[in-house]
Design a protein around this ligand. Structure first.
Ligand SMILES: CC(C)(COP(=O)(O)OP(=O)(O)OC[C@H]1O[C@@H](n2cnc3c(N)ncnc32)[C@H](O)[C@@H]1OP(=O)(O)O)[C@@H](O)C(=O)NCCC(=O)NCCS
Length: 237
């Protein structure tokens, strides 16, 4: 596929961070150049999104440029191979993350209301897989968010993702939730300080920080009684 703007002109770094503005950090140009760059980047993101959905056997594409534009809380990391395509560069992987308000159950079936950083989509081009590029992208995201694989939630982890986490980070087991997310068992240790106030009781009290925001009174009851009000299928990302 031909791009009218070379990847190396749009994306300066090996890992590039994008948000709803669709303007990579450090990009410089006038209005016309920005529009052209956004148009080319959009095609590129849409292509990667389709390949990712295909690789995961999903019937809906999780990542599109339009979805990114419309979701201010999502961040997309793009991995570039500057030497590809005769030196004009190519994007070889992507990782989309964002915070989600979730109710998660630990190994003792205690519910916990949290808003973790979530991996919403993750893809390395087929012919580049198993060369450490996924690790490079994931490490960058972890460092950028000052977090660890034990503190994040994964939306609909694929078998390859599970192997990736075990191989690279020692996450040998995931707790799969009814809402399609999964976390490492250690996730709940990291939320210990919140547990006493937020877990295992519908009478939520003494919330702190962003958890103090007003919530519908019936939300946790919906989860406990399985009404699916907070079900977030992967295709929503
Ligand atoms: C998951 C993914 C992003 C990892 O990227 P990557 O560049 O291959 O990962 P790395 O090279 O850094 O790590 C390699 C490890 O990942 C796992 N892995 C990667 N590709 C795999 C494959 N085809 N089959 C089984 N395990 C695989 C293995 O544990 C591998 O270690 P190993 O080669 O020693 O067995 C990539 O495999 C991919 O795009 N898969 C298809 C889409 C997908 O499943 N995304 C996850 C959505 S939650």
């Amino acid at each position: 596929m031909e791009w009218s703007v070379p990847v190396n002109s749009m994306l300066k770094d090996e890992v590039n961070k994008l948000n709803y503005t669709l303007i990579p950090e450090g990009f410089k140009g006038d209005v016309r150049e920005v529009r052209l760059m956004q148009e080319c980047l959009s095609k590129l993101i849409d292509g990667l999104g389709e390949q990712s959905a295909d690789a995961q056997g999903l019937n809906k594409v999780i990542t599109t440029a339009e979805k990114l534009r419309n979701t201010a809380t999502h961040v997309l990391y793009l991995l570039k191979d500057a030497n590809a395509k005769d030196g004009s560069g190519d994007v070889i992987g992507m990782l989309k993350v964002g915070r989600k308000h979730l109710f998660l159950f630990d190994e003792h079936d205690q519910v916990c209301e949290v808003e973790p950083l979530c991996v919403l989509d993750f893809y390395v081009k087929r012919d580049r897989q198993r060369h450490g590029y996924g690790r490079l992208l994931f490490d960058h995201m972890l460092a950028d968010n000052e977090t660890s694989p034990f503190e994040i939630a994964i939306d609909g982890p694929s078998p390859k993702m599970e192997q990736f986490l075990a191989r690279n980070y020692g996450v040998d087991r995931l707790l799969h939730q009814n809402n399609n997310f999964a976390v490492a068992p250690q996730f709940f240790q990291h939320t210990n300080e919140l547990r006493s106030s937020l877990c295992s009781t519908p009478a939520v009290s003494a919330a702190v920080g962003r958890f103090a925001a007003p919530k519908p009174a019936s939300a946790i009851a919906n989860v406990i009684h399985g009404t699916g009000a907070l079900y977030r299928p992967k295709s929503s990302g």
